[in-house]
Design a protein around this ligand. Sequence first.
Ligand code: BES
Ligand code: ZN
Ligand code: ZN
Length: 496
Amino acid sequence: MKITISKQTPMNYHGEMLFFCVQHAKGNKAPQCGNPTLQKNINNAFNAKDFLGKEGQTLITYPNSTKNKKSPTRLVAVGIGKDELCRELFRICGGTIAKSAQSCKASKIMVVIPETLNFPLNEIAECLTEGIVLGNYSFRKYKTNSKNNDDPQFLSSIVYAAKSDRKVREGMKLGLTAAISGNKARDMANEPGNYWTSKHFAEYSHELSKKYGFKRQVFGNSKLASLKMGGLLGVNQGSDEPAQLIILEYRTGKKVPTLMLVGKGLTFDSGGISLKPGAGMQDMKYDMCGGAAVLACMNAIGTEKPSNLDIVAIVPATANMPGPSALKPGDIVTHHNGKTVEVINTDAEGRLILADALSYGVKKFTPDAVIDLATLTGAVIVGLGHHRSGLMSNDDDLSKKIELAGAKSGEPLWRLPLDKEYSKQIESKVADLKNVGDKGAGTITAGAFLKEFVDDSKWAHIDIAGTAWGFTDKSYIPKGPSGIGVRLLLDLIRSW
Ligand code: BES
Ligand code: ZN
Ligand code: ZN
């Protein structure tokens, strides 16, 4: 998709749709767009109470076209609502623009940047771009009859009409990097489990390291055995495909803090011997969304090359299958840091693979902060539904930073406690820990488990089981995988 900025008079645009963003009418006044032709239609639609400029509302009109005169085929007003202006409103507006273009099968559009609104122009351009590019997303790789008339049309060219092109360009670049990377995470998640295996995670990390010059290491089963990663290897035992521990390092070459990102790369979670029920099991191909978010974020980091942080990304990748040598309830595994764990339920496998990745990472890289992302517990959906990710942390400052980045990026979180009482729930009679805590608080006991593997590092755990797919209904969020975590991490890194 090509995005350009133009100072041309919008009405001379010869594309399929010309969009204007308008605020919700105040009192008896119709929404104002600044374009006389469209304004007449807005006034009429307003008087008929059909168009008020509400968030997500659109009004499509068709200007009289005179021969030889260049003008767009459609003039469209998009409502941004009457709430206080914020970043999310412009993302939603961008998503609405993409959906409206799809409904008209338009591929070339112009969007007039609302330069008179009382909101920073670079942020308007950034968030509109995020919304349009994320809203334009679709995964069609496996659709073979793609010449169908009913097939949706996707955007190929967007022109922003703006007078001040420096600020708009600045924002547009940020938005584009974030959205392309978010879409990349969605692509990985949409791939089926019989294609996107641990090997594909390793291959994508290779692509990233070649493209951006990251240092890369990938450990297979024999190396994992020598590192005594009994959790990752244990979960992998039921599967034909070997496990992979993928490590990418972005280095500034300066004396800056190191941030370590760890993502659960469980390419299919059958539950293992503690087999999951059949209904909905197909969604467990998405159990790698944490790993996808971390690698997609490295794509953004490679593009932007931040100067304020060194970043280490680690993805433990494997499937969780019930094969003849699979881990069984009652088995005991020994992790990289020597801690032993009694496996009560083989379906609580995410914490087992993360435990090795975290304990190896904190020892090897001594990071200044550690963040892990994982589709870890169904319980987080009980607590927070599909609107916020669960956040647990041993550090208030890190936690606040993450919450702020979540609010800014439209990927909100809610912090849960990690008091020592929760850790008591995962004490085992026969080993150091057990992988399931009794008596409720399933999300927190999973967090309490991970805490045992980060030593004294400042650490935060983000449970994205409720938000990685089926995330809140929004114009720029598709029904399937949302790409959650990518923009959150990117915002955090940008503002560190
Ligand atoms: N991958 C699942 C968590 C999950 C559940 C993600 C639903 C998205 C939607 C995880 O590995 C799991 O199975 N967790 C168990 C833990 C339990 C056995 C303690 C769960 O939440 O049921
Ligand atoms: Zn599981
Ligand atoms: Zn899982």
